[in-house]
Design a protein around this ligand. Sequence first.
Ligand SMILES: Cc1ncc(C[n+]2csc(CCOP(=O)(O)OP(=O)(O)O)c2C)c(N)n1
Length: 247
Amino acid sequence: MAVERKVPSIIDNPMNFCPGCGHGIIIRLICECLEELGQDQNVIFAIGVGCSSNLGGGLVTDRLHCAHGRAGAVATGMKRVNPDNMVITYQGDGDAYSIGIAESFNAAYRNENITVITVNNTNFGMTGGQMSWTTMEGQKTTTSPHGRDCAVTGYPIRFPELVANEFRVAYAARGSVSSPARINALKGYIKNALEAQINKEGYSIVEVLSPCAVNWGMTPEEAMTHIEEDLTQYFPIGVFQDRRNQE
Ligand SMILES: Cc1ncc(C[n+]2csc(CCOP(=O)(O)OP(=O)(O)O)c2C)c(N)n1
C-alpha cells in the first residue's frame, strides 16, 4: 500500500522554481523538521534576495525579506527581541557570501542563537548566473565567460568550515540534495541545527549544495551528477562542528 506523504501545514502555495532546482526540496525539508519539532507555528524567517525569496510566497509564517545580504543582522534583531521564536535565515551563496559576508560572519562571530540555511548553487541564480564567491575554478558564468580564474578572483569560500574552525559556533554542516540518501542526511543536519537553537546553544549553519540546471546549462540529471562528482570534491559533505549538549 502506498504511504501517504503529508505536505507540511505551513506550505500553502506552490513556489515557482526552475525545473531541476533544489530550493523546493530544501524548503520542504526545513518545514518537515519544524513540524516534527513542534516549531512550525513558532518560526520567523529572515529571507535573502534571490531565488531564495520565493520561499516568502509559499509559506504561512512570519517572515521578512531582508535587504540584500543582510539576513544575518536582521535575524540577530529578530531573535534578540523574540528569544522564544525559532529564527531561520534562508539565503543563496551570492546573498550570504558575496554581498553579505560581513553580516554573515558577524552573526557567527557573536554565536547568535539563530539557524542559517545557505543554498550554494555556485552562482547568482536569479539574476542570470553571475560568478559568486562559491563559483568553482574554471566555471563559466555570465561574468566569467572564459571560466573563473581564481588567481585573479580568489578561491571559492568554504564558509561552514571557516566558522566551525575559527568561531565558537554550536553547529556547522554541509549537505546536498543530489540523491535520496543525501536528502535524508541533509534533513538530519537541518534538524540538528534547529535543535541547537531550541537548546539555546548558539549559531547553527547548514550550507546546501543545490543544482542550478538552467544557469549551469545542464539537464536536471546532469546537474545532480555535477554536484556529486565535482562539487563535493571541493565542498565536502558532513558535520564540521557539533557542540550540542557538550557543555
Ligand atoms: C542591493 C541589490 N543588489 C543587487 C540586486 C540584484 N539581485 C537580485 S537577486 C540576485 C542574486 C542572488 O543570488 P544568490 O544569493 O546566489 O541566490 P540564488 O538566486 O542563486 O538562489 C541579485 C544580485 C538587488 N536586488 N539588490
